[in-house]
Design a protein around this ligand. Structure first.
Ligand code: HEC
Length: 184
């Protein structure tokens, strides 16, 4: 091997060693960063501090009264009694077959365990010691306004817990249509 080849080989070896050092990934120390903008984003991260807002957070709460796109407004139920809800809350959805079908799905998913498949209050949990709810097919229910039922589903009543977080607003109105259709 002549001198030139040895020098060339030496250069290649040095180059490889340098590359190896650059690409070596040691999790314990800061390594070389290519295109660092991809690692450290320029905009504020969702949960990072942000001096541009008064409260110092990047994520801001929606403005009071904001309604998410595609959602119905939520009422300040805490101030609304069941009777009052019956007066002021009107079912905004039509009693279409589609809404009833969706209501039925909601009913079977969340309500029938207690209220029973046909609404008689004989769901499976009532056979295991849970006090049975009243039938949903009585005159009592027929006389209740939709808003009143909405209030019960949203806030619960007596032994029945609130279904506010499980059943979304539109579905609450739809399940009411289904309950009304059940008796017929
Ligand atoms: C854990 C059992 C349980 C589940 C699940 C449940 N309920 Fe109830 N529900 C009850 C009980 C118990 C009552 C009676 C409350 C009272 O008056 O003390 C009741 C009452 C009601 C009433 C009023 C009935 C009346 O005559 O006063 C309506 C309407 C109603 N539920 C609808 C629903 C709907 C709609 C769902 C599903 C989203 C649902 N319930 C899920 C147990 C349940």
């Amino acid at each position: 091997m002549d001198m030139k080849s040895i020098i060339k080989l030496g250069i290649v070896v040095l180059l490889l060693m340098w590359l190896q050092k650059c690409l070596y990934n040691n999790p314990r120390e800061l390594n070389v960063e290519f295109v660092p903008e991809m690692v450290h984003s320029v905009p504020f991260d969702a949960f990072s501090d942000n001096p541009n807002y008064q409260n110092g957070h990047t994520l801001q709460m929606p403005v009071v009264g904001t309604i998410a796109r595609g959602f119905l407004p939520e009422y300040s139920e805490s101030k609304l009694t069941e009777e009052l809800a019956g007066e002021v809350l009107i079912n905004p959805l039509d009693k279409t077959d589609e809404n009833i079908v969706r209501g039925e799905w909601v009913y079977r998913t969340y309500c029938q365990v207690c209220h029973g498949m046909t609404g008689l209050g004989d769901g499976p949990v009532t056979k295991r010691g849970v006090p049975p709810p009243p039938s949903l097919l009585t005159d009592n229910i027929n006389q209740m306004k939709d808003g009143q039922l909405y209030h019960i589903i949203t806030n619960g009543k007596g032994n029945m817990a609130s279904y506010r977080s499980q059943v979304q607003r539109k579905d609450r109105w739809k399940v009411i249509h289904y309950i009304r259709a059940m008796g017929n």
